[in-house]
Design a protein around this ligand. Sequence first.
Ligand SMILES: Nc1ncnc2c1ncn2[C@@H]1O[C@H](COP(=O)(O)OP(=O)(O)OP(=O)(O)O)[C@@H](O)[C@H]1O
Length: 720
Amino acid sequence: MSGNQDPLKDWIVATWRDMFGDSGNARSQQLSENARPTHIGRFLPLSLIVIAAAAAAVCAPRLISVAAANTRATEVLTTLHGYRVALIAAAALLIAVDVLRHRSHRWSAMLESVVRQTTGNLPKKVAVPFPSGWWVLRRATITLPRGTVVRPKQFEELSRAIEAIAGTTATKEVKVRHEAHRDRIVIRRRTIEPDERSERHKALQSTLDATSIFTDPKVTVSARDEHGVETCYRISFERSMNAGSRGFQGKVEEALIANAGEHESGRHWTTDWHPADGFLIMRLVAPMPSRIDHPLELVDENLRHLPYATGEADRTFIWDISTRSNKPHCLIVGPTGGGKTSVIRTLLTEAARRGIPFVGVDPKMIELDGLEGYPGCGAIIYDPIRAAMLVRALHSEMMARNTYIHDMKIEGSQLPLMIAVLDEFFILSGKWQRLAKTGDDETRALLKELDPLNAWADLAVLARSAGIRLLLGVQRPDASLFGGASGNARDNFGTRISLGNLSQDGALMMWGDSTVGREVDTSVPGRGIAIGEDGSPADGQMWWTPNVDRHPNKWNQLSEGEKAIVDGLAPVEAPGFTCYSTELAEFIETERALAKRAREYGRAAEPIVIGTGDAATTSTVAASTTPSAELPDAPHAADDDFADVIPASAVEAGQTVLVDDDEGELVPVTVTAVDVTRDGKGEVTSTVLTVGAGRVKTRITFDATGVVVLPEADLVGAPA
Ligand SMILES: Nc1ncnc2c1ncn2[C@@H]1O[C@H](COP(=O)(O)OP(=O)(O)OP(=O)(O)O)[C@@H](O)[C@H]1O
């Protein structure tokens, strides 16, 4: 094989072949140089005659002397000689034209050959306009036989081959187009538009191109900010089944956001999907605020919407308590210090400013006490027996309201709404269970008659149409909460809020997804997950509502800004508490009278300080914190102070719990084994805790709603 190349020789040989063919037989035009059929005709130079005439004109004096005898020839030669300059110029011009024509001819031959090799079809015609371009082909049109099918893969090869031979320059590129309806391939040279796309735009497009997420994805910029920085992209794609699925959208959003990177404005990316129209919008939204003070203006004017949190893009989360709501009752899960009380305060103050009254149970005595006496507050109950009476009275109220709706032939939505809050449900049910076991005969009989757990479960199912809304607070989600005995939170408590981090099981119970609520930023107080209007959970920053208690000991702890919030939120007119049952009306009146009496006569026991030196018993409470007769007193002291209560089924082996001894006193014991029995649906039916060490072991059996008292607060999921 010879590596030597002689372009001039090659060109001459090629030209010769083009003019005369390999065999020199100018009539065999239907075979190409490699003996394959061709529709490209032989190349006919236009310049040959003029070259001959110019040569004759130049050589005329010598030719005249040779042909002197022929006067006619002498005359012609003399005339030609007179035009020799013009003839030389014409010959030169035609030679140049022929050279260019030959180049076009070569392009035609090359294109025909490429089409034949890549598609297997012999083009009917290859039209390369004059001048064709020397190093690069300017344009061409290849006509294919009628009905020629060019498959995508063939076309891809053909385009690549044409782009390779037609040449690309720094400013121009070749584009090949197949016009199937006209049986032709069109080759055009276009100026390369400088790629002015931003790095982010390119990254998004190339990510989508490189993956098979979408077919034919195209990223375009939809909006820029005042500095020209891109703030919104439109990503179009071919419609597919996948694009409508939430899971798919979530994954694509994650990938796109990761590729787009952090935006210089500090705002976050989010996506809005339009799968039916084949596009999605990726836009910037305000980041999640790290603190939101309860806004004083009505963020949501709807009087049946209670707003309580803000999410990304200034999205407001609401508890829709209207009759049409499909999430009329609310469940709040939050560990100690997670901000549960603040959310409850937000919801209740929002209710009060919308004319909706409330009544609450606070078994810990320190969560909702500040709301006692607040406009719209019927009562806050701390005592477990009174709480059981309230739940039963609420049940009677529900029945009375339903009767009223029935008798008066009105709609449930025409009755005034009211909210019943039951905070720290497990502590309350723990107290009920303990009293049912260790209380005196009268207490036990009363609890049996009131049957508060069943009354509550009934309320959860039926209260909605009677205009009663329930708000349930717990420290952690537990399977027992989602069972029938506590109101079946999964079905009935559609508005859900979780604060702090959830366990995997907790996430499944609350959100039906073991990953949601697992990575909440617990360094931000009030950060959690809430259910949006579209029914899906999303990150939210709960509004901060300070304690609305006007007692100087509380009030003086507030900053000026917090005091302004409390002042601004207070409704001018206290919402009236309309009762349809005498039970509830009497209960609230009695409770208010009891609370008044407690404020007037009640005295919290003086604290006892042990081990500070000489005095065994010393009052160490500063004068300002000692309740005085003029000031509203703290609720009367707890009969038994539960730090925390959890369902028996949530106890883990090795954990210390408090159990009643023979005298009804709570004593700490270590659980050595936990045996939970569940029914076919996975609901707890009973739990057996084995306590004690060595050979003396005791087995304590709890029913489905059984709870145990912890010696100290359960900090699972609490803010770090
Ligand atoms: N939404 C919020 N925004 C800002 N700070 C908050 C928010 N919620 C709570 N905090 C802060 O966290 C502290 C604890 O909040 P809160 O008393 O509401 O928690 P909790 O869940 O009720 O806890 P516990 O059940 O132990 O009383 C508050 O004193 C406040 O400083």
